[in-house]
Design a binder for this molecule. Structure first.
Ligand SMILES: [Zn+2]
Length: 676
């Protein structure tokens, strides 16, 4: 007797659910719950069931992925040499022990300082890329160290630390016949944030952290999905069969960069273990400023011959170790939850917690993305929760610890009215968030003011959160333009304002009038206009008036502006209130210069000549960076040249600059200048 249709539907549903759960565990959490054989069995059963009951076929079924063929997992590939993991050290004493052991095994006297290369420990997914005769032939994940997964096609789509770099398809220079390059595939923090925002907007479940996101993105069966994820590859190791052409690891890293890989600019060569500790301290202080997640420092003996002599113990190499920072996650109790209102009117749950030390800072507040996330994670007032600092100033709530519940925990009812202005909050179709509808909502105004005044926008020095709040509360400011009308006396009348600080505010506002169109457009907080879009618009339109007058079609004609942006920007510029604010700003003396000249940039008014090749950015990028800082790039060196940036193999221009006594800087110094 054949299986009844209802039984088949039920079994089909069960199978789909189990396969999806297994996929989630495998691709997203990177924690497989089924063996390959079990997974294949479920998949085959589902395919057979769907074949026998065509009414069950549905385009979302796991069997329909990858052009209709049942999904297979990745091929297994053996690493020619195992990808060992590193032993962990956590204290200074353990670092000293490592150094003492290296001395002992190599028979070195204590007086000899061993050179170590230190690298930030990257929190992504390790991968190995094989090149033969300079061409990328195969790539795999680390897997269990002996065998990895073949993700060659996916790796081809991976970028570098900078947007214009990536996994080289062909190596530069004169590479060895075969070279195996190892490194980390990761998601930079800003990319991670943007990707999660997108996933949230589409109603999906965001990734828990950049590491999971990187693993989930690289290990997509459909490489085209990987291609849409902004992954970066940072090389840190290379192997050449039958003898490496390098004497030290430091040399190897430089060779990797010359072959076309991004290596970590934070890497350092340290002489002696004391210097290693100083490097570690420095990196730990700076860890949250770095563009990617890092959870420690990797320490490697620099001399490759010594490494060979040291060899590996059963599991870990003896010449390297990973120093792990104290944990970033802490458990604490939720005191209360409330809703805060941001500058775009979005209500976000804020979680007040018992103060706790987290990676060197005292933390008393954590965030959840939105109400749905609060419900999904089931966070209640009074709960014990795990919080995690992922680089942002405010940590996020990872999960509750339900085993510690007493029954006294309470649910937080998300308000249906703005807690600040009382206006109704609405959730628009397709949106995951609630917004305050109050046009005059002070919370939104305060946030917008802060955005307007920030360094990357109008750069009003000293206008911080507290001051913005006061300006709104006292009614002194109802829109940006009001800022410029505040007199010295009015400033002085505010709380904690003395004569001198009042004068500072007046001066700071005066200085901010001398700005660029890009800064102004960004500062206005126009929907869809971030810093990059503001720059594009500024370049395209040149003046405020032309921008305000642009029709939706004209906006759509601008590079990188899509239909949704064009519509929202036009909606903003056709609102008379907004136009009036801009007109009043101009009337107050705000004078936005076209993008090319940033009168306050580090290179304002300077003429710069580029010569030779730069390794970390293209010539066009270098030119754009100089122009963005108010400088001008010229093709030839003369007495009017202020600065020459000399890259590799700089030629006659360099000689001429020397002859004329023009200041010459190298790439490192140039990059440092851009950072200023
Ligand atoms: Zn409101």
């Amino acid at each position: 007797m054949s299986q009844s249709a209802t039984d088949a539907a039920r079994r089909g549903g069960e199978l789909k659910e189990r396969i999806r759960a297994a996929d989630h565990a495998y691709y997203v959490l990177d924690q497989p719950v089924l063996s390959d054989a079990e997974y294949d069995r479920l998949m085959r059963e589902l395919a057979a069931l769907e074949a026998a009951h065509p009414e069950l076929a549905d385009p979302d079924s796991p069997t329909q992925r990858v052009s209709g063929a049942p999904a297979a997992r990745f091929e297994r590939v053996a690493h020619r040499e195992p990808m060992l993991s590193l032993g962990n050290v956590q204290t200074d004493a353990e670092l000293d022990e490592l150094d003492a052991r290296v001395h002992r095994l190599l028979g070195l006297p204590e007086s000899v300082e061993v050179a170590y290369v230190c690298e930030p420990k990257l929190d992504g997914l390790s991968a190995e890329l094989v090149y033969e005769d300079g061409a990328f032939v195969s790539g795999s994940t680390r897997g269990d160290g002996a065998y990895g997964e073949d993700v060659t096609r996916n790796l081809r789509t991976v970028g570098g630390l900078q947007a214009n770099r990536g996994v080289p398809q062909r190596l530069a220079g004169r590479p060895p016949r075969r070279i195996e390059v190892r490194g980390e595939v990761l998601l930079q923090k800003r990319h991670f944030e943007a990707m999660n925002q997108l996933i949230l907007r589409q109603g999906g479940v965001p990734f828990a952290n950049p590491r999971n996101a990187a693993a989930g993105s690289l290990r997509q069966l459909d490489w085209r999905i990987t291609a849409t994820r902004p992954l970066s590859f940072i090389a840190y190791e290379a192997l050449v069969p039958h003898g490496e052409p390098w004497g030290t690891h430091w040399e190897k890293l430089r060779a990797l960069a010359a072959l076309g890989f991004d290596t970590n600019p934070e890497n350092a060569l340290c002489h002696g273990i004391a210097e290693v500790k100083r490097y570690r301290d420095r990196m730990e202080r700076r860890r949250f400023e770095l563009p990617y997640d890092t959870d420690g420092v990797v320490v490697k003996v620099d001399d490759l011959d010594w490494r060979r002599r040291l060899g590996a113990a059963s599991k870990f190499p003896r010449w390297a170790a990973a120093f792990k920072y104290p944990p970033q996650e802490e458990a604490t109790r939720v005191r209360a939850i409330w809703a805060s209102v941001g500058r775009t009117g979005i209500l976000t749950p804020v979680v007040e917690v018992d103060p706790v030390q987290l990676s060197g800072a005292t933390v008393s507040r954590a965030t959840l993305h939105n109400e749905d996330e609060m419900r999904r994670k089931d966070i209640r007032q009074g709960d014990w929760v795990l919080i995690r600092r992922a680089g942002e100033v405010i940590p996020e709530v990872v999960k509750p610890l339900p085993e510690r519940r007493t029954g006294a925990e309470t649910f937080f009812e998300f308000p249906r009215h703005c807690p600040i202005c009382g206006a109704a909050v609405v959730r628009e179709e397709g949106e995951k968030v609630y917004r305050c509808t109050g046009a005059a909502c002070p919370a939104q105004l305060q946030g917008r003011l802060r955005h307007f005044a920030q360094r990357r926008a109008m750069d009003v020095d000293g206008l911080g959160d507290k001051l913005c709040a006061q300006l709104v509360e006292t009614g002194l400011v109802k829109d940006f333009a009001d800022l410029y009308a505040i007199t010295h006396e009015r400033w002085e009348g505010l709380e904690r304002m003395a004569e001198k600080s009042a004068q500072n505010m007046v001066d700071a506002l005066e200085r901010s009038k001398d700005t660029t169109l890009r800064r102004l457009l960004f500062g206005l907080g126009i929907p869809q206009v971030g810093e990059a879009t503001a720059a594009t618009l500024a370049r395209h339109f040149g003046t405020v008036a032309t921008f305000l007058a642009a029709s939706e079609e004209e906006l759509l004609a601008v590079r990188d502006i899509g239909p949704e942006s064009a519509r929202e920007i036009r909606a903003w510029t056709s609102e008379p209130q907004n136009v009036r604010v801009v007109e009043r700003l101009l009337a107050a003396g705000v004078a936005p210069a076209p993008e090319e000249v940033d009168a306050r940039g580090a290179l304002a008014g300077k003429t710069v000549v580029l010569t030779g090749g730069l390794s970390r950015l293209s010539r066009d990028e270098a030119k754009a960076e100089i122009e963005r800082r108010g400088g001008k790039v010229s093709g030839s060196v003369s007495r009017k040249t202020h600065l020459v940036v000399a890259g590799e193999e700089a030629g006659s221009k360099l000689e001429k600059a020397r002859a004329l006594g023009v200041r010459v800087i190298g790439e490192e110094e140039f990059l440092a200048l851009l950072e200023e």
